[in-house]
Design a protein around this ligand. Structure first.
Ligand SMILES: Nc1ncnc2c1ncn2[C@@H]1O[C@H](COP(=O)(O)OP(=O)(O)O)[C@@H](O)[C@H]1O
Ligand SMILES: [Mg+2]
Length: 331
């Protein structure tokens, strides 16, 4: 990892000594939009340097609203946002210095070559030319997008453009790196490379806020996460603490035939949630045979089209908490 990867000294205000506190804290953040929509309703969380923190939740849960307040694009109705002693609400210019941000929407880089776009952002963020060039080249290599280094944005595929956006956001990383759906459109191989770079950022001392609706990716990538619903945090912890309720359990998913009412499950079919035609619940490992027999019976009766039994994942906790599956289309 090149030295320029460590949180840039240029991003640090002059009063920050070596023992400075760089913990990000949201305290009781509430955002009511004009018209009355309460998009954040008392959100409190903190992210330590070196931590990758996931913000998960279905469309409309309030994730982007929170992120926009962190970087000063929106003012909270009440509550505070800070990195260490720095008040991000009172000083949005400091927020933009201390935070790096990859928005969910693609970067407008149609007329820039990939490397040009990355280096330009590095210079704007105050990096030294040689260090920025070296760090940009290292990111292009690490993400395996060298083939397109001189291709203009307009001619890049969605996935490569996303990776260029990631490199732009992290070429001179701030103390808090915010990534909104970083892997959208990225192929599986390069997703792995991207997650390695996310981990490298945290190891270099950045706090990382990862916004995603992809629970399975989050499960592997984050140290802690919050599940957000209707503007509130409904669960927070490590992936394994959130899965504790599912320990020793299997997920039984039944695809119901179109239009049928939800069948009564056996008493050991735990917390079934219906999303569209999918019925998702968990069963104890000891009930595996009975679960298959019950689901096969639904198929035989024409109530269900198919079923699947799988190891339970963070997705099961997510479905229980939100009533949504994580593969619903994004808006
Ligand atoms: N500018 C706005 N004015 C009014 N309501 C908004 C605005 N932006 C978002 N909302 C509403 O606030 C809620 C949260 O939106 P958002 O933060 O974008 O959710 P997420 O990013 O989790 O999908 C949604 O109900 C959305 O329709
Ligand atoms: Mg959003």
């Amino acid at each position: 990892m090149p030295p320029s990867t460590s949180p840039s000294a240029t991003a640090a205000p002059p009063d920050a000594g070596p023992a400075a506190d760089w913990t990000f804290r949201a305290t009781d953040v509430t955002k009511v939009y004009k018209g009355g929509k309460r998009a954040n309703d008392g959100i409190s969380l903190h992210i330590e340097p070196g931590e990758v923190y996931g913000l998960l939740g279905p469309n409309g849960a309030g994730k982007s609203t929170l992120v926009k307040q962190v970087i000063g694009l929106l003012a909270p109705t009440s509550g505070s946002l800070a990195i260490g002693p720095h008040d991000l609400v009172a000083h949005p210019e400091v927020a933009r210095q201390l935070c790096s941000y990859l928005p969910q929407a693609q970067m407008p880089i149609d007329s820039f070559r990939a490397t040009e776009a990355i280096e330009l952002v590095g210079r704007i963020r105050g990096g030294q030319p040689a260090a920025v060039r070296a760090r940009a080249a290292a990111l292009v290599d690490a993400l395996d997008i060298g083939e397109w280094r001189s291709t203009t944005g307009a001619r890049l595929s969605g996935g490569v453009r996303r990776l260029v956006g990631f490199a732009m956001a992290t070429v001179v990383p701030g103390r808090l790196v915010i990534l909104d759906e970083p892997t959208n459109d990225v192929d599986p191989l390069r997703r792995r490379l991207l997650w390695q770079q996310v981990r490298a950022l945290s190891e270099a001392g950045c706090a990382v806020l990862l916004v995603t609706h992809n629970v399975l990716e989050a499960e592997k990538a984050v140290d802690r996460l919050a599940v957000v619903m209707d503007g509130r945090i409904v669960a927070e912890g490590t992936p394994s603490s959130l899965k504790a309720e599912d320990r020793g359990r299997m997920r039984l998913q039944v695809v119901l035939s179109p239009g049928v009412p939800t069948p009564d499950g056996p008493p050991w079919y735990h917390a079934p949630v219906r999303v569209g035609n999918n019925l998702v619940g968990t069963i104890a490992e000891a009930e595996t045979a009975a679960g298959i027999a019950w689901a096969q019976g639904l198929v035989d009766a024409g109530t269900a089209e198919e079923y699947a039994l799988a190891a339970s994942t963070l997705e099961d906790a997510y479905v229980r908490l939100t009533g949504h599956t994580s593969d619903e289309p994004e808006d």
